[in-house]
Design a binder for this molecule. Sequence first.
Ligand code: GLU
Length: 617
Amino acid sequence: MAPARKKPDRRLPVLAATATLVVGLGVVPAAATGGGPDATGGPAAATPAKSPVAVGYGGAVASVDADASAAGIEVLRKGGNAVDAAVATAAALGVTEPYSSGVGGGGYFVHYDAKRHRVSTIDGRERAPLSAGKDLFLENGKPLPPADAITSGLSVGTPGTPATWDTALRAWGSRSLAQVLKPAERLARSGFTVDQTFRQQTADNEARFKDFPATAALYLPGGRPPAVGSTLKNPDLARTYEQLGRSGVGAFYKGDIARDLVRTVRKPPVAPGSGRVARPGDLTERDLRAYRANTQAPTRTSYRGLDLYGIAPSSSGGSTVAEAVNILERGDLAKLSEQTYLHRYIEASRIAFADRNRWVGDPAHEKVPTAALTSQRFADARACLIKDGTALTSPLAPGDPRHPVPCGTRGAPAPTPYEGENTTHLTVADKWGNVVAYTLTIEQTGGSGITVPGRGFLLNNELTDFNFVPVTPGVHDPNLPGPGKRPRSSLSPTIVLDHGRPAFALGSPGGSTIITTVLQTLLNHVDRGMPLADAIAAPRASQRNAATTDLEPALWNSPLRGRLEALGHVFKENPEIGAATGVQRLPDGRWLAAAEKVRRGGGSAMVVRASGRPPTH
Ligand code: GLU
């Protein structure tokens, strides 16, 4: 890599001439969006129009779903702030994106407080039962087959999402939980229009959903995945939201919802005669009572004159993105050919994942050297491994962040274990300049597949994010299960400040590819001069200290692949990586919301008051 240089300031690009024209809160009747037969009686409310870019004043929301973005916009329009709108959007995603989010799961919340000029974060990760030990996923001394753990009570962690909403609203919100849950409660009651993505995700889960009567009743109307254009309602979830609004989240952690949840985990309600064995979990009412979402300091690193704030462990998102950008910062990526840029990005990701796998776990149980991992000194010691003419080979051994030695490694490599590609991310800004980046999940698409009867939400299977056995035999693994421990996450909600003011914020779903999606989008925008929406849309590569690097089709089919293979890179095609959203403060004071143009059927960017045409330079 190029030798150390002073960090230059870089002006951020704004919107490309090619960007889609602004769409505010356009409302299209369900019929006009293909509203067809109604699966559960009565029409859905009108479906808001979907656009990947919106520009204007009064605040902005970007999520994967138009109903969810509209819920956030409704709260902003009524005078709520970014935190109020983020919770409203997340609650609506619990209705329309129930396989990726919801009160049965967890997540990480990053908040920029415009008044105090401060970034804070909430760790709302699920926790293992207090009775869990290292052997949680072992049977007769052997790790359980993944499929047996995935659809089970055993993999259900104490949910952190209701506590996250409560903690965020108490700390920074201006509206009550009841007020911000209203749009989602309405949506759950009146229903939403099923799209192709939802139908496909249901079809992919049909074989296990049908074995759990409460899940089948909700998501397999008439015993089949709902038709595209039909209306799906969730009155049980509407009642759950109504109860949380009325009684507070105590009902979830101490009241009758807690009792139902624990009963469901301890004896998963399987359809008689289905033949399904769903292993029970040992979650107790004590586990639920003991749950707290942690308010904690963010990771922070400077990059090209900007300040990047992310999530500290228990997620590996903030530290791994920080290490990778620090590695890359010593060279000027703006001037490189596309080939060398991609090469260095892939190598930096490979190295950062080698270190993440060895060092990151739940800091309440493990000594995690977060400050050292995110230090420039460590990154410089690792950057010297990168050679522009030759690719590194994975699995690469980790370095020791506590004692950085140039090009040094420490011990055996720790490969990246498999993680799904699910989850959902939302980004919000308000008229006061507050910003939220919030990623939430129930782990894999459909979580455990188990719905709490009468409550309308799926339970997570987040504990499968633990390593069942050490990834490197004989080497300490910081991500083994433990009592009350949080499994390591890859969620990477990120807020970027420019001289203390918000510049942009972003995040993505996608399991361990979340980290590379956030990193690549950030580099595309900051270094390669792409407007945020184009940086999100650009084809992705993902290297996670594995023998192969994933490439989306546009890169797989490009001549760049052959040129990179000549350096020693080995690729495999991945049809789709991530589904990012972001917001950006434009120099003229407007907000820009950006979402996917194509991935996951396209995302939904909205602003409170659309204004003018997007800038062209
Ligand atoms: N459970 C994963 C994590 O927290 C995310 C799930 C996914 O995106 O597949 O990193």
